[in-house]
Design a protein around this ligand. Structure first.
Ligand code: HEM
Length: 532
């Protein structure tokens, strides 16, 4: 089979070691091992001797088997597959992955929870990571998204604060995998910008039925660039063919005990059974000249672009059809980054995205080492040639005698402006250097309220119950009270129901935002439904 979809599989085959059954047990350096069950001893009851290199190698390698887990999104499951574009964005971008409908492109996705450690349960209340990679013929393109279209914070400089607050509390490492604790709610109540995301996390979206039933969102606004360098803003969405479904809280609680691997198992079993999950890749496109025509800022990751303002256009299908053969090298060592884009795309100036573009490869240097792109799951399938050199665990023996550019030896690689090399958008930038965001970054309640108002009564009741549960796990009344005050800006009845469930919290007076009505297009299953 010669489709691009198999290119990754074929590439990875080259790295597979022979099956153990065919080769007798050897040391790492190839010497056959006669006995691996009893260490070499000076007499059958005497001391174990140091010269037993097999014993030393076996124990020493074991001692170093663990690498640091991801600082966030530590628990995950991945699968390979393929992507096929069906609707070309001709004239909008030069990226072949978005314009050439004849190609099948190898793909990879890692789904994850955010807060829990590698061994935590799958069904906890948490956003889910949806990190996708398309191994395009112009380089790897990663959409490192979540199953929620907005984020807690607007600026990446806040990310260490956010994660320190929502992760288990530092003095006792409790709770393991959820935000039901004082620090998390203290942070959120001190950061009005988290109000919208908080609603999504209290909703059923944060307890998905399975990875196969989740949407994925690139969250940030990116750019697509045409041949003249003209830019169109874009947001990316993955929508599952199976529809978007959630557990109910009681199921989630039971599953966390009965089968903590529920989501991982579901994905693995479905693929093994040939029931391949599929997603549509959708885009929301905004013309450059329309950038300021919204009452929110396109650069603010705490806001969606409502679908009634800009509909989602589906352009291609992702199918996951192959389980990894080896969890460590193919899931633990995969290294995504939002900065992995291809020619014909660019970033917007979203300050959250800017920080992510730095943070991922930076963390990967300490998590897997500076040569992580050389790990098979991370390698592009297209030809690649860099002047990067050396470093821990370097495995590429390059034949060229120069590692600099330009050089007088006609040595490759050379830059390729004539071959369509990546060119950033020529954005006109003019401003005072200051620690400041645009004025629209200061409105935090509207979309949180739109979200709450778009829910059915049952869904609203789920949000209320989730908030009651989360805040019941907090000990500090002022943290609970502050959270309730914020809920009150979204909906008074909601705040009242939560306040009344907590012993020392008082019901606030209705806030000025109370009963605001707005149109909001539900993102559920990508269907267009207007709620008022
Ligand atoms: C990991 C999504 C914001 C830093 C991840 C992963 C996902 C993700 C899906 C898991 C990747 C995998 O499966 O290997 C998001 C989304 C964000 C966001 C959707 C907001 C829109 C941030 C920010 C930072 C950050 C603002 C830092 C400034 C990290 C780091 C990892 C990570 C360090 C671990 C990566 C690794 O060890 O390979 N994120 N994230 N994230 N994220 Fe984010």
């Amino acid at each position: 089979n010669t489709t691009m979809g198999d290119a990754k599989q074929r590439q990875m085959e080259g790295y597979r070691l022979e099956e153990n059954s065919k080769t007798p047990l050897t040391t790492y350096f190839g010497a056959k091992v006669e006995n691996t069950d009893i260490a070499l001893r000076a007499g059958s009851r005497g001391p174990t001797v140091l010269e037993d290199f097999h014993n030393r190698e076996k124990i020493s390698h074991f001692d170093h088997e663990r690498i640091p887990e991801r600082v966030v999104h530590a628990r995950g499951a991945g699968a390979f597959g393929e992507f096929k574009l069906h609707t070309a964005l001709t004239g909008i971008t030069t990226a072949k992955i978005l314009t050439d409908t004849s190609k099948i492109t190898p793909a990879y996705v890692r789904f994850s929870t955010v807060n829990g450690s590698r061994g935590s349960a799958d069904s906890v209340r948490d956003p889910r990571g949806f990190a996708s990679r398309l191994y395009t013929e112009e380089g790897n393109w990663d959409i490192v998204g979540n199953n929620i279209p907005v984020f807690f914070i607007q600026d990446a400089i806040k990310f260490p604060d956010l994660v320190h607050a929502v992760k288990p509390e530092p003095h006792n490492e409790i709770p393991q995998a959820q935000t039901a604790h004082d620090n998390a709610w203290d942070f959120m109540s001190l950061h009005p910008q988290s109000t919208h995301m908080q609603q999504w996390v209290l909703s059923d979206r944060a307890i998905p039925r399975s990875f196969r039933h989740m949407q994925g969102f690139g969250v940030h606004t990116f750019r697509l660039l045409d041949a003249d360098g003209k830019s169109t803003f874009v947001k990316f969405h993955w929508t599952p063919h199976l529809g978007t479904h959630s557990l109910v809280w009681d199921e989630a609680l039971k599953l966390a005990g009965q089968d903590p691997d529920f989501h991982r198992r579901d994905l693995y079993d479905a693929i093994e059974a040939g029931s391949y999950p599929k997603w549509e890749l959708g885009v929301q496109l905004v013309k450059e000249e329309d950038e300021h025509n919204f009452d929110f800022d396109l650069l603010d990751s705490t806001k969606i672009i409502p679908e009634d303002l800009v509909p989602v256009k589906n352009i291609g299908t992702l199918t996951l059809n192959r389980n990894p053969d080896d969890y460590f090298t193919e899931v633990e060592e995969v290294a995504f980054c939002t900065s992995h884009i291809v020619p014909g795309m660019d970033f917007s100036s979203d300050p959250l995205l800017a920080g992510r573009n730095f943070s991922y490869f930076d963390t990967q240097i300490s998590r897997i080492g500076v040569n992580f792109p050389d790990i098979p799951v991370n390698k592009p399938v297209c030809p690649f040639a860099t002047n990067l050199s050396d470093g821990h665990m370097q495995t590429q023996s390059k034949k060229n005698r120069t590692r600099y550019h330009p050089n007088r030896h006609d040595a490759l690689p050379v830059t390729a402006p004539q071959h369509g090399g990546f060119r950033p958008y020529a954005e006109v930038v003019n401003g005072i250097k200051e620690r400041m965001h645009g004025p629209k970054f200061n409105e935090f309640i509207n979309q949180a309220q739109l979200f709450y108002n778009s829910m059915s009564e049952t869904e609203q009741q789920h949000i209320i119950s989730a908030a009651q549960f989360e805040l019941s796990k907090c000990f500090e009344t002022q943290v609970q009270q502050a959270a309730v005050e914020r809920f009150n800006m979204i909906n008074h009845e909601f705040a009242k129901a939560v306040a009344e469930s907590l012993t020392s919290v008082t019901v606030p007076a209705p806030a000025k935002y109370h009963n605001q009505k707005s149109a909001f297009l539900s993102q559920v299953n990508g269907k267009s439904q207007t709620f008022t």
